[in-house]
Ligand binder design. Structure first.
Ligand SMILES: Cc1ncc(COP(=O)(O)O)c(C=O)c1O
Length: 1004
């Protein structure tokens, strides 16, 4: 303890009877100490600055007590009375000055500033907690509230006199704009009822704790020093400002917060509309105050603590339309986006059926196309909507004179950069159609459904843009205004229109453009309704980001009434994820697991990307089965071709069988000459066990600990990863385990580790002799995967195989995970180990998702196996499987995927090793090519596995749309095994994202 800490510790003992160690905490004016008593309990001792008004301290004490008495669920610390029963006392400091002291119970958790991630569920919990706090404070009264402070947003205009302190004309202009808007909203603000508010819910005054593994909640609200009598909306604006700082999507964060507040304490739309301009005002006060303080106290970091992020948000706010923001907040709260929205919707509903047909024909019987990412396979490449594909979109409906495209439909074909909001393939993308499409011949006349005035008319020549577009402004009989958007018009027809031109109901005011003039699309009208046009600017988005759908559905509702249709006729019905989950639960055993806290539903794939049901793209860095990439066109072509012809079995001759076998054997070492076709890795290992037994006459197997070879009975019996788990059934007596050759965690780590690990086989062989068993062989994943992405020391398997052979056994290499070039430098794992297996088992990547496995062995073993019993696998070696397998092997070679695995694997490993330098949680980075493990530890010295951290990382990566898994006996190894198509950009994005996620661990 410092001198001061010792002094105040003795005061604490004397006045409160608490014997505690003190530790200084940061504070702007007062001294704060964390007091830890002998029994481990903690308090916070507050030593107020010299000259502090007793009235102020009594206000704070009263507020704490009041909140606690009103709502015990609001986590406000309790004031601990002195032994004399007082809330506070006055004692002399070591410097001789009198100070007011008071003591608070300590809250769990850390301040929000030091907590990560700042994810939506936590923001929502804060919203609810702040609403409850305000509810508890509402009837608080105290003389001390009547004081003037610079943070009172009712009187923020004082900053106008200090703008000169702000450096930079741009920044000053920005603050001036905020001030001007503030002056405009001031009357409304002054009209808001006064309540009592905390008034400073910044990131240091909210404490957060994690209840269980993943559910953070607010554990403390502290520092009521800026409390005032003010409007609730100021509380929301201030807390909202701090929550939005530094967020990737500040608008969404604010909306989440406000909606959560609203769920507890319903807000009026007028209040909601004040939030954004007031939030900006708070930022303006902060930055001006910081500028002033920087002049007064240039060396004090405390005063300027949130200045940089406040400027960033202010700058970003320049591009955010206040009305659009207000609409977003209202929509998120489930309130009408504009005051007229409900009236307009009601009128449109009543007018349905009486409006002029937009395309001159009734649409009630028109077929409705299915263009969603779930249903449609256009475009083939979800990143490139080909010219021909766009021009022939919906060709399957071409027999109809008119057909419709749905509202609210997530579509995979908005591939132009204009639809994407970031640099990565997985960046946010606008996919959801917020209008209705009417597909008809180019040149078809477009009519106004009701009287209107041309508000916007443009020709946009961008690819996949609107081409000719017009916006008509309409008015309901009650005088409420709304707009309709007509896209993909002909160039000539928009040229003929002028802004301000009146269009009468039923007038044919435009015509559909051809593909050459409508953005390149199959001719159709994009028809959209907008209840609010403010803030749409020049963009007039026709599709929305699925994560902003609440807002866009509210602003641009289903225009069906204007087409004399019911909403249901043209509404896309999203996949019902909840009922899918429920059905899964009812129909399948619960040990059929789903990955990730927030389950994934994928409907499309392409190369190393997957797409969910809303068209969001994910980087697949996990799935090793789609070895040559998801949805490979060559495999599609082969499958279609073969299924058109024949899909039979190995009882008949067919060139595809021999072609596949030859192509596979050409990749194998010369001693392996015979092939068996099966359906899976499990079936392959099962067969391999039979081969070994028939050949040797023995039954006993030696295998490394933590191995996995499949889910069938025999394969399971040699899978310690399964049988050694609780409930796993234990090791069969004919199986002998040897330690997995792990040089990071295992017993042998030095230069002789390969030999030492191999020598354990001698012990296993001795145990077989001791039990009167007879050796059949040895089975191992050449590079153990489920054991934690282990790279055994070079030569380990060779040493093992020598011992096994000398004892009369055969050696089985399970290459299900490692084969076919994944390792980059090596086509097979056994090559990396310099080992010559007798039997090789293949699965997963061999069919790229088509169920296909193979067992390759020597002529001698194949001969032994032919003991008179026919070998037959109905689907193994089917004509289709053989053609698929051959094609996969060819693609790996022809697309240079083994080399890509080497290059990208090296890049990824280098990136991960750089992260290891900065993140202590990374104990080990190991890998070969695109077979990579990142071993997370809670302590580098002891190498204690960081299992919870690994689970956090995997789930956060998933939230950032990157898929990886965990592996290893303690589930602490990040498992990274992308399709071999992954590129340099993806690798860089992967490393950068993992960096951010690992950074979060430091805050836990
Ligand atoms: C090394 C290894 N062998 C065998 C199998 C079993 O293959 P399958 O699931 O195709 O039966 C797996 C599956 O994960 C595996 O990783």
């Amino acid at each position: 303890m410092t001198h001061a800490e010792r002094h105040w510790a003795s005061v604490l003992n004397e006045a409160w009877g608490i014997d505690a160690e003190l530790q200084s905490l940061p504070g702007e004016f007062e001294l704060n100490f964390l007091a830890t008593a002998r029994d481990g309990s903690g308090c916070v001792l507050k030593v107020m600055r010299e000259g502090c008004d007793a009235e102020f301290v009594s206000l704070l004490c009263a507020a704490h007590a009041h909140v606690r008495s009103r709502d015990a669920t609001v986590p406000v610390p309790a004031v601990v009375p002195t032994t004399a029963g007082e809330s506070w006392c006055v004692r002399r400091g070591a410097d001789g000055a009198d100070r007011i002291l008071w003591l608070l119970t300590r809250c769990d958790g850390v301040d929000y500033a030091r907590f990560r991630p700042h994810a939506a569920p936590l923001v929502a919990r804060i919203g609810e907690t702040v609403a409850r706090l305000d509810g508890a404070l509402r009837d608080f009264a105290h003389r001390g509230l009547a004081r003037e402070i610079k943070w009172n947003l009712l009187h923020g205009e004082w900053i106008a006199g200090h703008l000169h302190a702000v450096e930079g004309a741009d920044r000053r202009a920005m603050v001036e704009r905020v001030l001007r808007r503030y002056a405009e909203i001031k009357p409304a603000l002054l009209g808001e009822p006064l309540a009592v508010i905390h008034n400073d819910l910044n990131e240091n005054n909210l404490l957060v704790t994690r209840d269980g593994e993943d559910e953070p909640s607010v554990s403390g609200i502290v520092d009521f020093g800026d409390m005032i009598a003010g409007p609730a909306v100021a509380e929301i604006a201030i807390a909202g400002a701090y929550l939005a700082l530094g967020q990737r999507h500040p608008e969404r964060t604010l909306a989440t917060f406000v909606a959560a507040y609203h769920r507890v304490t319903p807000l009026r739309t007028e209040q909601i509309d004040l939030v954004w301009p007031l939030l900006l005002m708070r930022l303006a006060v902060s930055v001006v105050n910081a500028a002033i303080m920087r002049r007064e106290r240039p060396d004090d970091p405390y005063v300027v603590i949130s200045e940089a992020p406040a400027w960033t948000l202010l700058e970003r706010a320049q591009g955010i339309d206040e009305r659009l923001m207000g609409a977003r907040l209202r929509a998120e709260c489930g309130l009408p986006v504009t005051d007229a929205a409900e009236r307009i919707a009601a009128w449109l509903s009543s007018a349905r059926g009486s409006l002029a047909p937009v395309m001159g024909v009734e649409l009630g019987d028109a077929p409705v196309g299915a263009l969603s990412v779930t249903e449609s396979t256009v475009p083939r490449d979800p990143f490139v909507f080909g010219d021909d594909e766009a021009r022939t979109l919906g060709a399957e409906y071409a027999g109809h004179a008119v057909w419709l495209g749905r509202y609210g439909e997530p579509r995979p074909f908005y591939t132009d950069g204009a639809f994407r909001a970031g640099p990565h393939a997985t960046s946010d993308r606008r996919t959801v159609h917020i209008g209705v499409d009417i597909f008809m011949a180019a040149g078809s006349a477009v009519h106004a459904p009701l009287d209107g005035v041309v508000e916007v008319v443009e020709y946009r020549d961008g690819r996949l843009d609107y081409g000719g577009m017009a916006v008509l402004r309409h008015e309901t009989p009650a005088g409420d205004r709304f707009a309709t958007l007509f896209g993909h018009l002909s160039r000539a027809s928009v040229r003929a229109l002028g802004v301000g031109q009146r269009i009468a109901r039923g007038d044919a005011f435009a015509e559909l453009g051809t593909a050459d003039e409508n953005g390149g699309w199959s001719p159709h009208l994009h028809f959209q309704l907008a209840l609010e046009t403010a803030g749409l600017g020049k963009d007039w988005p026709g599709v929305a980001d699925p994560d902003d759908l609440e807002l866009w559905r509210a602003i641009c509702p289903n225009p069906a009434p204007l087409l004399n249709l019911t909403e249901a006729q043209v509404a896309y019905r999203p996949l019902d994820v909840e009922s899918l989950e429920r059905a899964r639960h009812e129909q399948f055993a619960t040990n059929l697991r789903l990955s990730y806290r927030d389950h994934c539903l994928f409907v499309r794939g392409w190369k190393h990307y997957l797409f969910d049901e809303w068209g969001r793209a994910y980087l697949d860095a996990y799935n090793n089965v789609p070895h040559v990439g998801h949805a490979h066109p060559r495999l599609h072509a082969v499958a279609c071709d073969q299924l058109r012809r024949l899909n039979s079995n190995t009882r008949y001759l067919h060139p595809a069988q021999v072609e596949f076998a030859s192509t596979l054997l050409a990749k194998m070492p010369p001693q392996l000459t015979h092939v068996f076709f099966v359906n899976s890795g499990s079936e392959g290992n099962e067969l391999a066990l039979r081969l070994a037994r028939t050949h040797t006459g023995g039954k006993d197997m030696v295998t490394p600990d933590h191995g996995y070879h499949g889910n069938t009975t025999g394969a399971y019996d040699v899978s310690a990863y399964k049988f050694n788990k609780p409930g796993g059934g234990g090791r069969p007596e004919w199986v002998q385990l040897v330690p997995v050759a792990d040089t990071y965690r295992g017993a042998h780590r030095g230069a002789d580790a390969a030999e030492r690990y191999a020598a354990h086989v001698d012990e296993a062989l001795a145990r077989i002799v001791a039990r009167d068993g007879r050796l059949a062989g040895f089975i191992a994943e050449t590079l153990p995967s489920v054991g934690g992405q282990i790279i055994p020391p070079r030569g380990y398997l060779r040493g093992v195989y020598e011992r096994i052979r000398a004892a009369g056994g055969v050696c089985i290499a399970d290459e299900v995970q490692t084969g076919l070039g994944r390792l980059g430098e090596f086509y097979w794992g056994f090559a990396q180990q310099d080992a010559r297996p007798d039997i090789v088992v293949l699965g997963k990547p061999l069919g790229n998702g088509h169920p296909l496995g193979a067992v390759v062995t020597t002529a001698a073993i194949a001969r032994s196996f032919d003991n008179g019993i026919e070998f037959f696998s109905t689907f193994g070696g089917s004509t289709l499987s053989c053609r698929m397998g051959t094609e996969v092997l060819r693609i790996v070679d022809e697309e240079g995927l083994q080399e890509n695995a080497r290059v990208q694997g090296d890049r990824l490993l280098a990136g991960l090793r750089a992260l290891q330098e900065r993140h202590a949680v990374i104990g080990d980075v190991r890998g070969l090519g695109l077979f990579i493990g990142v071993d997370l530890v809670s302590d580098r010295e002891s190498r204690a596995p960081a299992t919870r951290a690994a689970s956090h990382v995997v789930n956060r990566m998933r939230e950032a749309r990157i898929l990886i898994g965990t592996e290893g006996p303690a589930d602490n190894v990040l498992k990274i095994r992308p399709p071999l198509t992954i590129g340099a950009d993806d690798v860089d994005q992967f490393v950068a994202t993992l960096d951010e996620v690992l950074e979060e661990l430091a805050y836990r």
